[in-house]
Design a binder for this molecule. Structure first.
Ligand SMILES: Nc1ncnc2c1ncn2[C@@H]1O[C@H](COP(=O)(O)OP(=O)(O)OP(=O)(O)O)[C@@H](O)[C@H]1O
Ligand SMILES: [Mg+2]
Length: 253
């Protein structure tokens, strides 16, 4: 894994984020920088505000206070679609695939949406992005599945195709909420291995929420610990995961 002490100017910078839902404080002064070339894991107990943070960064929630800057520009107040175009992609826990379409058709739809060239009267097979989409499928080890119906893929491969679709948007940063949830435990590490290697090749930084500490140890270059809407600690995975407070609040010991 890469060095745990990131340097240079951050890609994404969150400052003073606050959001309340009735009496629940889901973000209570979140400050976090995400740097280029890192895979930052977010860990923390249920309800700590991890998904809320991703929702704020992608424009699905507007905080009551604070700012998120991405490559210098303010994201708060921008709609999700605009944030995607600025270079932040999101992969979902449940891949958002058109299940009756083939894998390649799903990729071509994503490319057409990216280039605003979607036209229901034009056949997907005639789109010029076919070669580029096959290359992205190859990057996530799914090129030979291009003509399979998305509905017929096992969960691990659906996740990888979902990642390839996110990469088709040419992001600089990919946000993922429990990327291997729902994948059979025997396949989790293989799926994550392919995912992390694809991100490295595509030069895309990532932030991923993760509950499996072995996954964090193996694949995160840095960890941020969420607790009751705050960041309790950030640092290098083995140091953070051996911290007594983190063990008590997150790992349960
Ligand atoms: N849109 C919303 N409306 C009302 N309450 C919300 C909303 N989104 C989140 N919350 C509440 O904010 C708190 C933080 O939720 P969040 O989903 O961010 O937690 P999390 O850390 O992702 O938890 P988990 O590990 O269970 O996924 C929870 O109490 C949740 O019920
Ligand atoms: Mg969550």
């Amino acid at each position: 894994m890469r060095a745990a002490s990131p340097s240079g100017s951050p890609l994404l910078s969150a400052r003073g984020l606050e959001i309340r839902f009735g009496g629940v404080v889901a973000a209570n002064g979140i400050d976090l920088d995400v740097f280029e070339h890192e895979n930052l894991a977010i860990i923390g107990p249920n309800g700590a505000g991890k998904t809320t943070f991703l929702n704020i960064c992608t424009g699905y929630l507007t905080p009551q206070a604070g700012s998120v800057r991405f490559e210098g520009g303010e994201l708060i107040g921008q709609p999700p679609r605009r944030i995607t175009r600025l270079g932040i992609a999101r992969a979902f826990q449940i891949p958002q695939l058109f299940t009756e379409h083939t894998v390649l058709e799903n990729m071509l739809l994503a490319a057409a949406v990216r280039e605003r060239s979607w036209n229901p009267f034009r056949s997907l097979a005639s789109l010029p992005q076919r070669g580029e989409m096959l290359e992205l499928l190859d990057l996530v080890g799914c090129a030979d599945l291009h003509d399979k119906r998305a509905a017929d893929l096992p969960e691990g491969q659906r996740k990888l195709v979902d990642i390839a679709i996110a990469l088709a948007l040419k992001p600089r940063l990919l946000l993922m909420d429990e990327p291997t949830s729902g994948v059979a435990s025997a396949d989790k590490f293989a799926v994550m291995e392919i995912l992390v290697s694809a991100l490295r090749t595509a030069k895309v930084s990532s932030v991923f929420v993760e509950h499996d500490m072995e996954m964090v140890t193996r694949y995160a270059s840095r960890v941020a610990v969420w607790s009751q809407g705050k960041i309790q600690m950030t640092g290098e995975p083995t140091r953070v995961l051996s911290d007594p407070d983190v063990i008590r609040t997150v790992i349960g010991g």
